[in-house]
Unconditional design. Structure first.
Length: 503
């Protein structure tokens, strides 16, 4: 949990310190790469670390990830300009990728299916606490100690985690070796580099397209074209590799491919609450940043509780049916959002988010547990990393897709604004949100029109998120087996520990 906290906090803690960082280092035009660079590095390294943990064991990969993360944190604290800080954030992300996937895999190695919901819920609670406490902690450190302490605070936490892991964590399984030989297996480094290049180009295109440059511009076309070429090269390299980073069985097995697609859709739909709900709360409801954060944070309260209790449901009706109940309910809750009255009260979207968190707890965790239990030790790291990777890519795709939906909706509303209020209206979502927070220069009619425009924009995004939930439901219905298979290793241990198995 301490190791997971490192990666979780650094995805949120820096947000509120951006003004201080930009004020000292400059680089306002590129500061978004402090987030994008970290996310990119975490995402593209997930499948690589998953394979390495299957090959060499979880312990050395987790230790290496913590060390790399701490080195990156110290380097970030000593950054001398924005370019160096971005580079060191990428270095942090290279360590964060090892932390996210490996911790989830270790939880499956150590605990039988009966106990995993409770353990995984505790890991989920780390993310929940980080999403709420991270921005507040970052703001306090930036205001009273200096923004560099945002990175230095990682050091004692990381050193404690490192000491506990070295002292107490031992593996009772041998790392995978090729059949009939005692030598250590070879690592598919060409495949790893190809995956890194493909993922890096694709995520850069998705994150920066429509923001740093137009979607149809030369940079976007070159990035997408380069990603396509790298994807073809990756498939070619992986098909010939003796021990590929992303083996073909990840997509040939119905259980894993269905969950990969479903959690990719989950990443897609999560963009609506995490990115657009705070804007809705501030621009439409008129809440301050703290209150707007609370409207979102209630989802992180119900999610881990629902996940911890999910075993009571999936042990009765099966993993697939439990996930179908969760994602079906999530689709209904997302569809309910556009039905909220205008302007409404803060408790109304908060209740929807509370219900949405409970539904997604029934959806995500059983699927992760089902995939981890369907494979043996030698494949579990790769399988876990593949579903986390798909979720991250889905989130990046969702940010690009729903960003385009939001901009198109808002542009249409602004283009059809009454003639008498049209002069001086802002022309994008960020500018509209800023204008509504400082509405003194706007007439009452213009303010109301802009609030309604943002309301319509976020409603359309939530409809898109509901469509993503339907895609996840269809992936489970059409691809996932009715009963998830249980690997012999997992079944033997489950029977030994007196638990139930699904298969």
């Amino acid at each position: 949990m301490l190791a997971m906290a490192l990666a979780a906090l650094d995805s949120t803690i820096i947000a509120t310190a951006i003004p201080q960082i930009v004020g000292e280092l400059g680089g306002f035009a590129v500061f978004s790469w402090l987030f994008s660079g970290y996310l990119l590095a975490v995402t593209v390294t997930l499948p690589v670390y998953g394979k390495l943990s299957d090959t060499f064991g979880r312990r050395p990969i987790l230790i290496a990830g913590i060390v790399l993360f701490l080195v990156g944190s110290l380097a970030c604290a000593g950054a001398w300009d924005m370019a160096s800080l971005i580079a060191f954030r990428v270095l942090q992300g290279l360590g964060g990728g090892a932390l996210q996937g490996t911790v989830q895999t270790i939880a499956a190695d150590l605990y039988p299916m009966k106990e995993r919901p409770r353990i995984q819920a505790r890991l989920s609670s780390v993310w929940a606490v980080s999403s709420v406490a991270g921005p507040a902690l970052g703001g306090l450190l930036a205001a009273y100690a200096g923004w560099r302490w945002i990175f230095l605070v990682n050091v004692p936490v990381g050193l404690l985690a490192l000491w506990l892991i070295i002292r107490h964590f031992t593996e009772d399984r041998e790392p995978a070796r090729p059949a009939g030989t005692a030598r250590r297996p070879r690592v598919d480094w060409p495949g790893a580099l190809a995956i890194f290049a493909c993922g890096g180009l694709l995520l850069t295109a998705l994150v920066q397209g429509g923001v740093a440059w137009p979607w149809g511009s030369a940079p976007s076309l070159l990035l997408f074209g380069g990603a396509a070429v790298c994807a073809v090269a990756t498939v070619s390299i992986e098909r010939r590799a003796a021990e590929p980073i992303i083996p073909g069985w990840v997509w040939r097995r119905r259980t894993i491919s269905a969950v990969n697609l479903s959690l990719g859709a989950l990443g897609l739909l999560m963009v609506a609450p995490t990115v657009f709900l705070p804007t809705y709360a501030q621009a439409v409801l008129g809440l301050g940043p703290t209150a707007a954060g609370f409207v979102l944070s209630v989802m992180t309260l119900s999610w881990p509780v629902s996940a911890a209790l999910s075993s009571r449901l999936y042990n009765r009706i099966g993993i697939r049916n439990c996930a179908l109940v969760g994602i079906g309910a999530a689709a209904l809750f997302l569809l309910a959002f556009p039905l909220l009255p205008y302007p409404g009260a803060a408790w109304q979207p908060a209740m929807i988010m509370l219900a949405l968190g409970a539904a997604l707890g029934l959806f995500q965790l059983p699927l992760i547990i089902g995939v981890q239990s369907s494979v043996g030790y030698a494949e579990r790291g790769t399988a876990t990393a593949s579903i986390l990777f798909c979720r991250q890519v889905g989130q990046s795709l969702g940010a690009a897709l729903f960003g385009a939906v939001a901009n198109a909706t808002l542009a249409d509303r602004l283009a059809h604004a009454p003639t008498e209020i049209r002069p001086g209206l802002p022309d994008d979502l960020d500018a509209v949100s800023h204008a509504l927070q400082h509405a003194g220069a706007l007439t009452a009619r213009a303010t109301d029109y802009l609030r309604r425009a943002v309301d319509t924009t976020v409603d359309h995004v939530y409809l898109g998120a509901a469509a993503a939930a339907v895609l996840a439901l269809l992936a489970l219905l059409l691809l996932a087996p009715r009963l998830f298979p249980v690997h012999a290793d997992a079944r033997t241990r489950q029977e030994r520990d007196g638990g139930d198995t699904e298969g």
